[in-house]
Design a binder for this molecule. Structure first.
Ligand code: KG4
Ligand code: ZN
Length: 329
């Protein structure tokens, strides 16, 4: 089954085509209008999606050599409501015009299942750490659509902490890749920063951000490289700590990372060196938002007979724990 995937939930306008043999085409256009605001401006994001999406979808189909796919998978949430609506309108319009099935995909499920696109994919059950700009959660994935939330952040997401720290250091947006690069030149032990804990397995990142701010505004902040490396070490430490605890609690040793922060060099290095665990990482380009992951999750649901109607709604907030295994309604 050849599936067209469409993703517009934040600031990436993306379209991909895949079939049972793998990803045929995966196009991502990152909006540049937000850089000067150091964050995504929702209204500008919707407008830029509306201007660009048709061309991105057309290019994806052309490059895949596909006139008409067998199904359309579109992100229907969570995300910026106006941005999601642009993709949803396109997905519905194409599915109706082609008379092919439509499925709305949860963006987080797209991330969570993104390692299934890799040559070495985890089998169920696995622990899925989704670390992105909007979410930081750890799930026990028992099967497609069968997810138990083991941990989440009680305040900022990990990616948000990266972006805010980058802003404190006078870097641009998105901050994650910039901190990643800067940290490579720094000493992770140079600045003492907290490893905050929340209840249970949960994370809290706002205290870490505040500690970085106090340090930067203090008398001798030192090199930005060292601050970036120290911040990054603290983030990776707390992510690793919860994953270890979850492995102990569940006995599940397969761990799949996903989301924009999973592109982080230090996170990838540390997790690939964890002993006794099988760690699965998406390709870096599949960590940040893309439509291949949406086509992948959508295809699994379409193949199981799931169909959405043209009354499919955008869901700006849509926890993964609310999903059900795929199947006819
Ligand atoms: O998954 P994603 O593209 O969008 C959301 O669903 O939120 O994640 C974007 C987040 C941003 O906060 C960005 O700063 C962060 O991922 N990010 C990184 C890296 N690349 C992207 N964080 C740390 N290191 C990176 N290399
Ligand atoms: Zn995302």
């Amino acid at each position: 089954m050849r599936v067209l995937g469409i993703e517009t939930s934040c600031d990436e306008t993306a379209a991909a085509v895949l079939d049972g043999s793998g990803v045929l085409v995966d196009l991502v256009h990152t909006q540049e209008v937000h850089a000067e605001y150091l964050g995504v401006v929702p209204e500008l994001a919707s407008r830029a999606h509306a201007e660009k999406l048709a061309a991105v979808v057309r290019a994806a189909l052309e490059r895949a050599g596909v006139d008409k796919p067998d199904g359309v998978a579109v992100t229907s949430g969570p995300g910026l409501i106006g941005a999601v609506l642009v993709g949803l309108a396109m997905g519905k319009g194409l599915a109706a015009a082609w008379d092919v099935p439509l499925v709305g995909v949860n963006h987080l499920e797209g991330h969570l299942l993104s390692t299934l696109l890799e040559p070495e994919a985890p089998s169920f059950p696995f622990l899925g750490l989704v670390v992105s700009g909007g979410h930081t959660s750890l799930y026990l994935a028992r099967g497609v659509g069968d997810y138990e939330t083991l941990a989440e952040t009680v305040d900022d997401a990990a990616g948000e902490a990266y972006d805010k720290t980058a802003r404190l250091l006078g870097l641009g947006y998105p901050g994650g890749p910039l901190i990643d690069r800067l940290a490579a030149q720094g000493d992770p032990g140079a600045v003492t920063l907290p490893r905050p804990r929340a209840s249970g397995l949960n994370w809290s990142f706002s205290g870490l951000k505040t500690a970085v701010r106090s340090h930067v505004q203090g008398e001798a902040p030192g090199r930005h490289e060292d601050i970036a490396a120290s911040f990054q070490a603290a983030v990776v430490d707390v992510l690793e700590d919860r994953v270890r605890r979850a492995v102990e609690a569940t006995g599940v040793r397969r761990v799949a990372l996903s989301g924009g922060v999973a592109a982080n060099s230090e996170l990838r290095r540390r997790f690939s060196e964890l002993e006794g665990l099988q760690v699965y990482l998406p390709a870096r380009s599949r960590c940040t938002d893309n439509a291949a992951m949406i086509a992948n999750a959508g295809r699994l649901r379409l193949m199981a007979g799931q169909r959405d109607g043209l009354d499919l709604r955008a869901r700006p907030s849509w926890p993964l724990a609310e999903l059900s295994p795929p199947g006819p309604a």
